[in-house]
Design a protein around this ligand. Structure first.
Ligand code: SF4
Length: 285
C-alpha cells in the first residue's frame, strides 16, 4: 500500500515543550512529581511518564507540600495557580503560550466590560481554564445553533478554543455577529493546529482514504479527523497500529496519514509501517 504522511503530523511545539519540561523536572526531582490532569492527551506518553513515577492528580488536594506540581499545556484558572502559590508548592507551568494568550485576551475582555463568549468544548480543560480567567462569567458555546439562540449582547468579546478548525469558528462567529452590537473577536487559534489541518485537508483530496492517529480524548485529533472527513469521507481515526484491520483497506491503493498534536513520532511510524505492509486487494462485494 502506498502511504503518504502529511507535513506537520504529530507533536506540536506546545506538546514538545511540555514533554521536555516534564522530563527535565523528573530528571531533577525524581518521583515526587505530580501532574494536574494527564500531561498530554496521549495514553502511550502518559503511561511512560507514569512508569517513571509521575502521578496524575485531578486537583491540588492530592499534592503534598514537598511535591512538585506540573501544570499541563492546557493551562488552569488563576484560582488554582494562586492556591499553589499560597501553599508554597513548587510549580512547573507548561501552559502552551497560545493558551496563555487566549487566557490573557479573555481576562482583558472581561476587564474592559465585554461579555465574553468562548467558542469551544465546555468539558475541555483548556476551555475550563480560559473561562476561569473571566471569573467563570463567559458563555461557552460550540455551534451556530447555540449562537443563534443567544440573547442580544451590546458588547461581546469572542475567543476560541486554540485547536478549533478555522472554518468552524468562522461559521459560529458569523452567527454571533447577528447577536451583538459591538463584537470584538480575538483570533486565539493556534498556528500549529491550523497548518496541521491545512496540510491534512490538502492530502485528503489526493488520496483514497485518510488515517488519523491520536488519543481518543484529544480534541485536536478529533478536529483533524473532522476536517479531513469534509473533503474525503473515508477517514479512519485510531490511537495505535494495533487498531488497524486489513479489511478496512480493501479496494485502496493510496492512503494518507496525519496525526494529532499529541501523537509521538514512534506511534505514527508504527501505523505507517503497518499500512505499508498491507497488500492492496479488491473491495469485497
Ligand atoms: S495544539 Fe497548539 S495550543 Fe495546543 S499545545 Fe500544541 S501548539 Fe499549543
Amino acid at each position: 500500500m502506498e502511504v503518504i504522511v502529511a507535513d506537520n503530523a504529530g507533536f506540536c511545539f506546545g506538546v514538545k515543550r511540555a514533554i521536555k519540561m516534564a522530563n527535565d523536572t523528573m530528571d531533577a526531582v525524581g518521583n515526587q512529581v505530580k501532574s494536574l490532569g494527564q500531561l498530554i492527551h496521549n495514553p502511550q506518553v502518559v503511561n511512560s511518564f507514569q512508569k517513571r513515577g509521575l502521578e496524575v492528580v485531578s486537583d491540588l488536594c492530592g499534592v503534598e507540600p514537598e511535591d512538585t506540581v506540573i501544570i499541563r499545556s492546557h493551562g488552569v484558572g488563576p484560582k488554582v495557580k494562586n492556591e499553589a502559590v499560597e501553599r508554597g508548592l513548587k510549580v512547573v507551568d507548561t501552559t502552551c503560550p497560545f493558551v496563555t494568550k487566549a487566557q490573557q485576551y479573555a481576562a482583558r475582555l472581561i476587564a474592559d466590560g465585554y461579555k465574553v463568549v468562548m467558542i469551544g468544548d465546555k468539558n475541555h480543560p483548556e476551555v475550563i481554564g480560559v473561562v476561569a480567567h473571566t471569573q467563570n462569567q463567559a458563555i461557552i458555546l460550540d455551534t451556530v445553533e447555540e449562537a443563534e439562540k443567544l440573547k442580544f449582547i451590546p458588547r461581546m468579546g469572542v475567543v476560541f478554543q486554540t485547536t478549533h478548525a478555522i472554518g468552524h469558528v468562522q461559521e459560529v462567529v458569523g452567527a454571533l455577529l447577528k447577536r451583538g452590537e459591538e463584537v470584538r473577536v480575538f483570533n486565539t487559534l493556534c498556528g500549529a493546529t491550523t497548518s496541521m489541518q491545512k496540510t491534512a485537508i490538502e492530502l485528503s483530496s489526493e488520496v483514497e482514504a485518510m488515517v488519523i492517529v491520536g488519543g481518543r480524548n484529544s480534541a485536536n485529533t478529533a478536529q483533524l479527523a473532522e476536517v479531513c472527513r469534509r473533503v474525503n469521507p473515508r477517514v479512519l481515526q485510531i490511537e495505535s497500529a494495533e487498531e488497524i484491520h486489513e479489511d478496512w483497506f480493501d479496494g485502496l491503493h493510496r492512503v494518507g496519514v496525519s496525526a494529532g498534536a499529541s501523537t509521538p513520532d514512534e506511534v505514527i511510524a508504527e501505523v505507517v509501517d503497518r499500512i505499508t505492509r498491507i497488500e492492496p486487494r479488491a473491495a469485497s462485494a
